[in-house]
Design a protein around this ligand. Structure first.
Ligand code: HEM
Length: 419
């Protein structure tokens, strides 16, 4: 038996930025690593991650115990929102079956593959409009010129919000995600809560409008989701305003920066692996596998939380009841027992699609259809219109924003030759 080596701290920005050696150490020596800084149990192997995600009875999504204890800043923000807006209730991602099943059924009535298919022409048009804005310059900052606005505007439009308000929408999304990205002081948390309240008020007015006058958008569909499709079967109770606010919160936070990170990372991976870019240009049928391989290789959502409901043993490690567990998708996706040569970026990898970047089990990403379509359409347009793409200048030594959960690139300045 080998001694367990020291695992570097995940609070170190350099480790957070390039955590793959640390993940490999953990997978080999301590597959469930208890972070000394916050007591979180990090599950790092592929099979263990899938087992945890498949067992909602022992590993709960509902905030309780360790998972529900709010920091002072979290409590201050929550109190401020409850006093001035609509208190947070728990729906969908923060619930377990059978409550989760109820919300998931309502959402799957409105978030259909058909809706995504209908969206494709608009996504294509938007990709070309965004490229039109920078193509003549022969360069752009890919994150702010493309990777942020594409999913931002699409989700604005899907939610029935005015796409010209996209910068406001981005501010709301940033505020909603702030506490998951970094440690906030009480003052900072209240500042973010004030912005979130602005979003709540705007959304509440939209719910009212769509209740009386539905249009073909997601907000209308959610407000009327209690009515069975085609009028068949019994009606559910309409969603309350608190439930609607929480669902919107999840769609906004779940659907925006995740896809931005996937777009930025996908392009950056191609630039760092010109042989793979050449292969993709030569054979576009590899596009879907390229998308899966980049989600596997550098997963946009690095990990998410569960709370144990009872004492459990994972990979020989005992975890007590009421403990916070983080399933580290990004490490599971580099597990050498599942993926041969996991640290090689290979767009022809036969089992790339087995990644868990969209989760696994009952909480599997609701927006996976939409995200995949956005990535497919975006990379098609980019490869069609930009040749000889390269980095315009070296990236920062630490190219990602600090985040315990997501993988946002700070910037991706590129230059290219218009096709
Ligand atoms: C590349 C982009 C995306 C990635 C990597 C991603 C990743 C994930 C992951 C890992 C989960 C599992 C959560 C869990 O296990 O608790 C999840 C769930 C979810 N995602 Fe995504 N997501 C993406 C895009 C989207 C989009 C575009 C939307 C919506 C517009 C969305 C909405 C959601 C929602 C609402 C859930 C919760 C589902 C549930 O709890 O039943 N996501 N996503």
């Amino acid at each position: 038996m080998t001694d367990t080596p020291e695992i570097p701290s995940f609070l170190d920005p350099a480790v957070q930025d390039d955590p793959f050696d640390a993940y490999a150490l953990m997978r080999e020596h301590c597959p469930v690593h208890r972070l000394p800084e916050n007591g979180l149990h990090m599950v790092t192997r592929y099979d263990d991650a899938r087992a945890v995600l498949s067992d909602p009875v022992s590993f709960s999504n509902a905030p309780s115990g360790a998972g529900a204890r709010l920091s002072d800043s979290g409590k201050a923000a929550r109190d401020h929102i409850a006093e001035h807006g609509w208190d947070r209730t728990h729906t969908l991602q923060r619930t377990d079956p059978p409550v989760h099943t109820h919300y998931r059924r309502l959402l799957s009535r409105v978030f259909t593959s058909k809706r995504v298919e209908q969206l494709s022409p608009r996504m294509e048009q938007l990709c070309h409009q965004l490229i039109d804005k920078f193509i003549d310059a022969g360069e752009c900052e890919f994150v702010s010129d493309f990777a942020l606005p594409l999913p931002g505007i699409i989700i604005c439009e899907q939610l029935g919000l005015d796409a010209t308000q996209y910068p406001t929408f981005k501010r709301w999304a940033d505020a909603m995600l702030a506490s998951a990205q970094r440690v906030l002081t009480v003052e900072e948390a209240i500042e973010e809560a004030v912005v979130e309240l602005e979003a709540q008020r705007h959304l509440a007015a939209e719910f009212d409008r769509r209740r009386d006058d539905p249009i073909d958008d997601l907000i209308s569909a959610l407000v009327h989701a209690h009515q069975p499709p085609d009028g068949e079967g019994a009606e559910d109770e309409p969603l309350t305003i608190e439930e609607l606010q929480d669902l919107m919160h999840q769609l906004i936070t779940g659907g925006f920066e995740t896809t931005t990170a996937a777009l930025g990372t996908g392009l950056w991976l191609l630039l760092r692996h010109p042989d793979q870019l050449a292969k993709l240009r030569a054979d576009r049928t590899l596009l879907n596998n390229f998308i899966d391989e980049s989600l596997r290789f550098d997963s946009p959502v690095a990990g998410l939380w569960r709370t144990t409901t009872c004492p459990v043993t994972v990979a020989g490690t005992e975890i007590p009841a009421d403990a916070a567990v983080m399933v580290r998708y990004a490490s599971a996706n580099r597990d050498e027992k599942k993926f041969d040569n996991p640290d090689v970026f290979d767009i022809e990898r036969p089992n790339a699609k087995d990644h868990v970047a969209f989760g696994w089990g009952n909480h599997f990403c609701v927006g996976a259809w939409l995200a995949r379509a956005e990535l497919r359409i975006a990379f098609t347009a980019l490869l069609d219109r930009l040749e000889d793409i390269e980095l315009a200048r070296p990236l920062d030594d630490i190219p990602h924003e600090f985040s315990f959960m997501l993988r946002p690139l700070k910037e991706l300045p590129i230059r290219f030759r218009p096709s």
